[in-house]
Write a protein that binds this ligand. Structure first.
Ligand code: FES
Length: 83
């Protein structure tokens, strides 16, 4: 009997789920999507225009969050000065 190594699946924080391909995904509506790539990035944020595949749209959300936090700092600084 041959032992098969477990398939490695990597969840990227704020990004896709990386799975060794090829894969066949069954979607909630019953349809299927197939990829024969060596490594497949499955969208976990539901922002991809090529869903269920990741198209890196998740990155735009992360950049905006950084900009928002940088913009909030001057307001925080002035609020501290008012106390
Ligand atoms: S995880 Fe990359 S676009 Fe959704």
């Amino acid at each position: 009997m041959t032992e098969v190594a477990p398939r490695r699946v990597r969840i990227v924080q704020g990004g896709p789920i990386m799975v060794e391909g090829p894969v066949c995904l069954e979607l909630p509506d019953g349809s299927t999507a197939e990829s024969d790539r060596f490594m497949v990035a499955i969208c976990a944020c539901h922002r991809s225009k090529t869903y269920p595949w990741c198209d890196t749209s998740h990155r735009r959300r992360a950049r905006r969050a950084k900009t928002d936090s940088a913009a909030a700092k001057p307001a925080e600084a002035s609020a501290q000065g008012m106390q």
